[in-house]
Design a protein. Structure first.
Length: 284
């Protein structure tokens, strides 16, 4: 893979420090571009684009699935201009501009994967589905449900409304992944939240729509068994049509082991490609 550091100049005048990672080789049949944009944890606690979880996912998305991956420092982080907001709304506007700039630079884009980790998942959830023919996917890693009000200056309701609006869009493809021993959000709270999201999806279903529901998977079994169960769940979810949400939980806290947390994301992307009839490489 090829890495390139750059500055992204947004229409708003902001300049964001970024890293592009691109596949070295693309088969001739893959003329269209798959683009992934990754958002880091809260900058006020030191979050930046070099987060190890994002770096691990970036490598897998690029090497295995031939995505062009863009990681960037949000406003006020590193060499990025501007200053961090207290609500996350300014960062969400930046994200929309970043995605458009990335699409323009990449050319014929067929898929956009918006991946946010921790606070980054809050910002990612505010990004709407892109107009066709671009296919949009959202991956929300370790969504900070418990401290959401604090992290957004008490705008938790706005974030919940926007996430629900996203799930009502028949073109949405959303994967939510978290730990069952999170430092800030208990497993029962996550379960209740997930049930609410699934109810939103059910209410918006048309007769021809399909939704696959997943409950939290918490067990004392080995990590290998956990991954097998998660892989099976994700594959079933990817065979659904139109409106989709996948919800997964791991034993433990936040993704201290990027490899374990990587698998449902990789399977999600893999099965999305299979559902679309694309030739997708096997997952190692």
């Amino acid at each position: 893979m090829v890495r390139r550091r750059c500055d992204i100049e947004l229409p708003s005048g902001l300049k964001l420090e970024a890293i592009w990672t691109k596949p070295i080789f693309l088969p001739e049949e893959e003329h269209a571009v798959k683009l992934a944009v990754c958002l880091h944890p809260w900058s006020r606690l030191g979050g930046n684009m070099h987060d190890p979880v994002l770096e691990s996912l970036q490598e897998t998305l690029t090497v295995v699935h031939r995505f062009r991956v863009l990681r960037y420092n949000s406003r006020g982080v590193g060499q990025s201009s501007g200053s961090a907001s207290f609500t996350g709304f300014a960062e969400a506007e930046d994200l929309q501009e970043v995605v458009q700039v990335a699409i323009q630079e990449s050319g014929d884009v067929e898929e956009v994967l918006i991946l946010g980790y921790s606070h980054g998942s809050l910002v990612a959830s505010l990004h709407p589905v892109l107009p066709p023919p671009i296919r949009t996917m959202h991956v929300l890693l370790s969504y900070p449900l418990g401290p959401r009000g604090f992290l957004t200056l008490f705008n938790a309701r706005t974030y919940e409304d926007r996430l629900e609006a996203l799930l009502r869009d028949s073109r949405a493809h959303v994967l939510v992944v978290h730990g069952d021993a999170d430092n800030f959000t208990g497993a029962p709270a996550y379960d209740q939240w997930a049930d609410g999201l699934k109810a939103v999806v059910k209410q918006s279903l048309q007769e021809t729509d399909t939704v696959i529901e997943h409950d939290r998977y918490c067990s004392s079994e080995s990590a290998t068994r956990s991954e097998q169960v998660l892989e099976a769940c994700i594959k079933k979810a990817r065979s659904a049509s139109q409106l989709r949400i996948s919800y997964q939980a791991f034993n433990g806290k936040q993704p201290g082991d990027p490899v374990k947390w990587m698998k449902p994301v990789v399977d999600f992307v893999h099965e999305e490609g299979v559902a679309e009839g694309r030739k997708v490489p096997d997952i190692a």
